[in-house]
Design a protein around this ligand. Sequence first.
Ligand code: URA
Length: 221
Amino acid sequence: MVTEIAKSTEDVVQLLPQTRRLRALHTIIRDRDADRQDFVGYAGQIIRQLVEAGMELFPFESVDVETPVGQTYRGLRVSPRVCGVSIARAGESMETELSTIAPGVRIGKILIQRDKQTKLPHLYYSALPVDIASRHVLLLDPMLATGGTALAAIEVLVDAGVPEEHIVFVNVLSAPEGIRAVQNRYPHVRMVTSSIENGLNENAYMQPGIGDFGDRYFGTD
Ligand code: URA
């Protein structure tokens, strides 16, 4: 179950239920003194919940199985036409949980960095499943701050033929500024997050935030 927190026409941003367990996980990873092992382990537990919630938004197909006692269980399976796309580098931290939940899932990658001169996001690299236009895409980036990188990444997917409605953008933390930017440009892209932050500081870090997610996760700070 996810909670609907914002709606305009048909689009929604979904916030994970703010359980005490989720707040406890946030408390560990937001602590500036958290060591890397804890950061990676507990961030992984939040990412697991987010990926589960994101998958819930994809289509399911009916499938019957026979149980060991000879009964038919009328079940469901998530459509095989799903894939992940991570936004390097921080989004790579979400690949393990996606592969655990959906073994064998295809995972594309997009590398976008801000041009030092123009300050605009620049696409350096993308590798996507060849048939991505007919897939549902879980777009992975733990941080949605200004939305600049997010917009550039979604543009790559839309240019590759992915309908906006087939994109679910998954973040650990989201700033209202980034959410608005995505909703304004791509109103049919759905978003799943575990926290809506208060806003951004003058260096575009989220408040209260977590610092640089990629540095803390990969140990490069
Ligand atoms: N990227 C991060 O890693 N942290 C922020 O607060 C904003 C962008």
